[in-house]
Design a protein. Sequence first.
Length: 330
Amino acid sequence: MTFNRRSALGRVFAATVVTVAAWGVMPATAQERWPAKPVRLVVPFSPGGSTDVVARMIGQKLAVLWGQPVIVENRAGAGGNLGADMVAKSPADGYTLLMASGSITINPHIYKNMPFDTRKDLAPITNVASGPMLLVVPDRAPVKSVKELIALAKETPGALNFGSAGVGSQVHLAGENFADAARIEIRHVPYRGESVAYNDLIAGQIQMMVGNFAAASALLGPGRLRALAVTGKQRSAQLPDVPTVAESGLPGFENTGWFGFLAPAGTPQGILSKIQIDTAKVLAESDTKARLFVQGMTPVGNTPAEFAKAMDAESRQWATLVKNRNITTN
């Protein structure tokens, strides 16, 4: 048997090319297999609030699509910072995700020592859903309109309290936004979650909230809460008799709440894209749209780039309000 050095070298080279090529596709193959185990979805607020409701709704749908459990874990504290920090410091493999809300664009402007950098440590995936918020008071309250509420606040500066899901939550800044537009003095009372705040609102311990539509609207009725206005550009189809804040004496006022997925920075782009695409699929389903509609929200499902751009724009808006209202964590 003769030995052909050139053909032997050719076989070695070919084998090497195949091996290198195999290594080159391994990350993509691994991403295609994702998820191969349960996915943890961190909600940085207490159970029962709107962030939690949306997370569980979409998480159940994604679990069916992925063939893996999506485990919702509530990590409340520091206006959403506690849960967000945990996700930011988790492995960048797509198995730990954050269900964020507007607090992620607010907190960098009011917390002096943030435990993470929102822009550097977290990767936007998609805005899941958005919608107007709801200005509510206890059903027993003497005020029946936004104008009456503003008049009462001006008659008794600093006497009225408004609750929120915590310092820096989008419910907090929505209340501050309303106070700034109405030019009234009201005191903020933070809670460890939106649902906890509503308990005190119904009991009359606090006097008002600008809450997420889903959570607030579920509590409307005799002996519970009364809706004075919605914060969208138009009236809500779910509550057509409730006026907007803009038509109630504050022209141009608008405040939108949202909920979206973020992952630890460095998560492979293929995994981020898969989560976004699969979330968009879930949001396109008729029953998902119907469930979100009932809660006053519209499905979004935009791309990571579009979501990042929207978050940056909102962050600039909140920076101005925080400065104007001199909002701090002290």
